[in-house]
Write a protein that binds this ligand. Structure first.
Ligand SMILES: *Cc1c(COP(=O)(O)O)cnc(C)c1O
Length: 359
């Protein structure tokens, strides 16, 4: 047998998730925080790590970490929490728990690619409902029609959305939750950069789950996501979790960071301020149209047919962003820029001006 005989055709048709080489570049492509572990907390954190028992398996449910998450957030006390090795693993666990031939995952396009990828890995069908062209808003009629037609087992709504950066209308999301025969997962990966959230509303509907991650707040290297929702659902989904999925160092580091969350809050607050300044500076440039964002990145459109040249021009000047043009039709001529430090953003703007001039 060869791979061509054995590997499922839909897997053979994929390319592996591509991460570009960023050595030596200003890295504004992956929504990471530009800020390292706060210097003032470094010694205390290392003391904690010195005491970590690496000869032992981790706490299987991450109870200390769950307590720290609850203390940091407004999760209704009668609701359950489930931890994942990044929210990607939670998306995978949800799919594994419900997958069966003909079962569907629904989301809004353009959106987060892992909803579609993991549906495919698990042998489920993916249904994408297009956002509105003008403002990337949610097309409620089309979404409700798709839910009635497809009866999705899982519906994902990224709030704010990636890669468009906007929040959807709350009343529209409420109607989607009510109309859905399956679970609706509101993905709040960008929660540190907006004041809006469904976390306090977990429990209001029996089929609402809210997913979050520490990746965008400055801890992408830890790989930790969490899902909040009714205990009867999370007890079932927990059964497909691999034992000890959150390692000892992640549990210790994330618990420490949550106890000192003010330091990370100061970092994300600085990014929110820098986002406003970057938006204004982009809006002032000829040949670039930025879209308002509630996340730590800004979607921007170049003049028709220029996105590739602008992206390459930035790369030649040492700045890596994400080119979205060529993906979804709604993203024609679009680029996505992660908000960096004020100094990185200034370098980006300077390179961008040169790249647009040269494009
Ligand atoms: C970045 C992102 C995630 C994060 O995934 P992790 O696996 O926790 O790093 C989840 N959802 C959306 C919409 C994202 O943009």
């Amino acid at each position: 047998m060869t791979p061509a005989d054995l590997i499922r055709p839909e897997i053979q048709a994929l390319s592996a998730y591509h991460v570009p080489d960023s050595a030596g570049l200003i890295k504004l492509d992956a929504m990471e925080s530009p800020y390292p572990w706060p210097e003032a907390l470094r010694e205390d954190w290392l003391t904690t790590l010195r005491e970590a028992a690496l000869n032992r398996y981790p706490d299987p449910r991450g109870r200390g970490l769950q307590a720290a998450l609850r203390a940091a957030m407004d999760i209704p006390p009668d609701m359950a929490l489930l931890l994942g090795n990044g929210s990607d693993e939670l998306i995978q666990m949800l799919a594994l728990a419900v997958a069966r031939p003909g079962r569907k995952v629904l989301s809004l396009d353009p959106g987060f690619v892992m909803y579609r990828m993991i549906a495919l890995f698990a042998g489920m069908d993916y249904v994408g409902v297009a956002l509105r062209t003008a403002d990337f808003g949610l097309d409620l009629d089309a979404t409700l029609a798709a839910i009635a037609r497809e009866a999705p087992a899982l519906t994902y709504i990224a709030y704010p959305n990636n890669p468009t950066g906007n929040l959807f209308d709350v009343a529209a999301i409420e109607q989607i939750i009510q109309a859905s025969p399956g679970l609706v997962i509101v993905d709040e990966a960008y929660a540190p950069f907006t004041d809006r959230s469904f976390i306090p509303r977990v429990g209001e509907w029996p089929n609402l789950l809210v997913m979050r991650t520490v990746s965008k707040m400055g801890l992408a290297g830890l790989r930790l996501g969490y899902l909040a929702g009714p205990p009867d659902w999370l007890t079932e989904i927990d059964k497909v979790r691999l034992p000890y999925n959150i390692n000892v160092l992640t549990q210790a580091s994330a618990t420490f960071a949550l106890r000192h969350r003010d330091a990370w809050h100061a970092q994300t607050a600085a990014i929110r301020e820098a986002r406003a300044a970057l938006f204004d500076a982009l809006a002032a440039l000829d040949g670039i149209t930025p879209y308002p964002s509630e996340a730590n990145f800004i979607l921007a459109r170049t003049a028709p047919g220029r996105a590739g040249a602008v992206f390459q021009g930035l790369l030649a000047r040492g700045v890596l962003i994400k080119k979205l043009d060529g993906g979804h039709p709604l993203l024609a001529d679009c680029l996505r820029i992660t908000v960096g430090t004020p100094r990185e953003n200034a370098a980006l703007l300077q390179a961008l001006e040169a790249a647009i001039g040269a494009a």
